[in-house]
Design a binder for this molecule. Structure first.
Ligand code: TTP
Ligand code: MG
Length: 412
């Protein structure tokens, strides 16, 4: 039954083209924009370097300064040991220009960059002052993606005057790794057929979510490259790191089906979880889905969101993604209804092996609408067992629960 067909015209999540932009040594580049004499020189942006000051940290350093070991979050005293102030050593090339943080100015520059990004993509997810994901599936094609990415870089450089690194890949996590791969002034395109070969040789620390501590723990398990992580036993990773371990395994394998969602109110809340292998016992699948339904409904309640559509996602081995959804007559906040509808939608998959199950509420409204709770359709719908609710299906491959760039891959 659940053979993984998609509705005609429904987007295939594996066919996204995602572009990740991360500005190079951003604060330092902004300083160079207004003070061109700093171009090509070691520049350190931070606090606490003025005479009489001793406490402060480096916000960022230009790549010339990084060659001396100066880096973000370092104590300013350590930076000054490595590179004294040019003001005090005018003729010493092994010294740096220190500048204070001027966030207002950097935000102005960032706004100009973001305006260009919005012009170049239908969907832009801004994740920090100097970083954004673009879904450019409709704007380009893999055969010309490199030219498109070059155009993005050139527009930023020409119109704003600050350098960016760009990564292009079929999903967010791989695009982020790609933008980081050849910094500064990087441009790395990883088409779908190259994802595995691109990731495999990278140091495991390149995988987003692997910091120095986790990298050490992974090394203890004999995992040093992203390829090692991709080949590792996901259950061993889950034992050691919990659900996060599974996410890292997915990322190392280049799998990440989160759509690029604009910042702001989320479009949906969803949770999903993978089984240890394919599960054929329908009751177990439903039981898991009910727990997910509760978590999703709780999240919606917490965010003051009403939802009009309740959906499920069922992944059948190897990677057939099936989504089903039902729309209600009006927006509700009804945890019981999420459970009931999820269980009903899953009935279609009774007997199918299931690798992963997810629950989602969408069609959200955030205006506190007490009417919905007090007056009417919520109760009516629950009464009727949603028998008169219209049914539809979505195949968007899922949406991120909170959309954060570091959001759990377990969300859809
Ligand atoms: P990043 O993008 O992490 O760093 P970057 O742009 O300076 O350098 P890269 O070329 O490696 O991307 O952060 C963006 C800005 O955020 C950075 O310019 C300064 C600020 N920042 C801090 O203030 N403190 C920090 O610890 C970090 C990491 C960044
Ligand atoms: Mg940056």
């Amino acid at each position: 039954m659940a053979t993984g067909e998609r509705l005609p015209g429904a987007p295939d999540p594996t066919e996204r083209i995602v572009l990740h932009v991360d500005m190079d040594c951003f604060y330092a580049s902004c300083e160079r924009k207004r003070e061109p004499a700093l171009r090509g020189e070691p520049v350190v942006v931070g606090m606490g370097y003025e005479a009489g000051e001793t406490v402060g940290a480096v916000a960022t350093a230009s790549y010339e300064a990084r060659e001396y070991g100066v880096e973000s979050a370092q104590a300013i005293s350590s930076a000054l040991e490595r590179l004294p102030r040019r003001a005090e050593r005018p003729n010493d090339p092994e010294s740096a220009f220190y500048r204070p943080v001027d966030l207002d100015y950097y935000e102005d520059v960032a706004a100009d960059v973001k305006a260009i990004l919005h012009d170049l993509a239908d969907t832009v997810r801004e994740v920090s002052i100097d970083e954004a994901y673009l879904d450019v599936t409709e704007r380009t094609d893999w055969s010309v993606a490199e030219g498109f990415a070059r155009h993005v870089k050139q527009r930023i450089e020409r119109e704003v005057g600050v350098p960016a690194s760009v990564g292009v890949a079929p999903n967010m996590s791989t695009a982020k790794i790609a933008s980081d791969h050849d910094k500064p002034d990087g441009l790395v395109v990883v088409p779908p057929e190259s994802v595995a070969a691109f990731l495999a040789p990278l140091d495991v620390a390149a995988v987003h979510g692997v910091g120095p501590i986790r990298a050490r723990e992974l090394a203890e398990m004999g995992i040093e490259t992203a390829g090692d992580l991709a080949d590792a036993d996901p259950y061993a990773l889950t034992d050691r790191f919990g659900e996060r371990g599974r996410e890292l395994h997915e990322r190392a394998n280049g799998r990440d089906d989160r759509p690029v969602e604009p910042t702001g109110d989320p479009k949906s809340f969803s949770r999903e979880s993978a089984f240890d292998g394919a599960v054929e016992d329908h009751d177990s699948v439903v039981e898991q889905a009910l727990a997910l339904a509760d978590a999703v409904a709780e999240r919606a309640t917490h965010e003051d969101a009403l939802y009009r559509t309740i959906g499920v996602k069922v992944v059948v081995p190897p990677y057939d993604i099936n989504t089903r959804a039902r729309s209600l007559p009006g927006p509700v906040d009804e945890p019981e209804l999420v459970r009931d509808v999820a269980a009903e939608l899953l009935a279609e998959f009774d007997g199918d092996p299931v690798r992963k199950v997810g629950v989602r509420v969408s069609n959200l409204s955030f205006t506190a609408n007490e009417q919905a709770k007090l007056g009417g359709f919520a109760d009516a719908t629950a009464h009727d067992g949603v028998g008169d609710a219209s049914e539809d299906a979505t195949s968007d491959g899922g949406e991120s629960e909170d959309g954060d760039a570091q959001a759990s891959l377990g969300d859809f």
